[in-house]
Design a protein around this ligand. Sequence first.
Ligand code: NAP
Length: 271
Amino acid sequence: MEQSAEEIKQNEAALDKFKMDFFDLHGKAAIITGGNTGLGQGYAVALAEAGADLFIPAHSRRGWATTGSMIEKRGQRVEFMQIDLTQSGAADKVVQKALATFGHIDILINNAGMIRRNPLLESKDEDWEAVININLNAVYHMSMAASKIFAEQKSGKIINIGSMLSFQGGKFIPSYTASKHGVAGLTKAFASEMGAYNVQVNAIAPGYIKTANTAPIRADKARNQEILDRIPAGHWAEPAELMGVAVFLSSKAADYVNGHVLAVDGGYLVR
Ligand code: NAP
């Protein structure tokens, strides 16, 4: 069947509107939890490169100077806030302070997280609670606080950070696995309701990335080799290898992508 003149006209109009700046984030403000270090720092500087201003809540003051100067070098504003995101009321404080700083919020990346490794039968309740509190409960509270703003302004992007453990059972990390399956579920639940407000909610599921978080498994020679043997790309990723996906999901190029959990894993899951 011939392509209709109407469809061609629509494509031309869309390209005119975009002017090829599909990924431009100038004029946008993003909250990235734990954007001071590791993967979060990578997302923060990538969004700054694309033009966004950044609001970064973190538990400690680790990496503020480095991350701050990398963002400012790109001509963007950055504000840090020291806060424990597992405390009651923390999410509302973060969202209100970000709003007061920039006057608007357009993007939320729920990146802060932790892992506790123990054989299942040696797991302690306190490990379960600590991991669920930051990896899942804080994602829910931050998403709720931002969603209220996004619903009112009828636009917004939420990007949650899952893991290979959003899909698999793993070993020695039951709390982490449960939290990251929960993140995938929350992503879909929020996407399903927030789509009506022109808010897109997606998740990135990073594969095996070189950060402080994964130093212990990289130091375990046998486990390290086992993981490498399963990655078609043949190497652990640097945080830089996730930057493009974070910009894509934050941008208007992804306006019709909703409820997706995008594995960025060098092919790990297909093997
Ligand atoms: P990381 O280097 O250990 O960084 C974790 C970040 O979370 C830090 O900024 C930390 O703040 C923040 N954080 C932790 N607890 C917090 C709390 N209670 N309140 C506020 N901030 C808190 O970890 P990463 O490897 O970059 O991981 C980042 C995210 O990616 C996590 O959700 C992780 O599960 C996920 N992920 C990582 C990998 C990987 O291979 N590295 C793979 C899949 C998924 P402070 O620096 O101030 O402590």
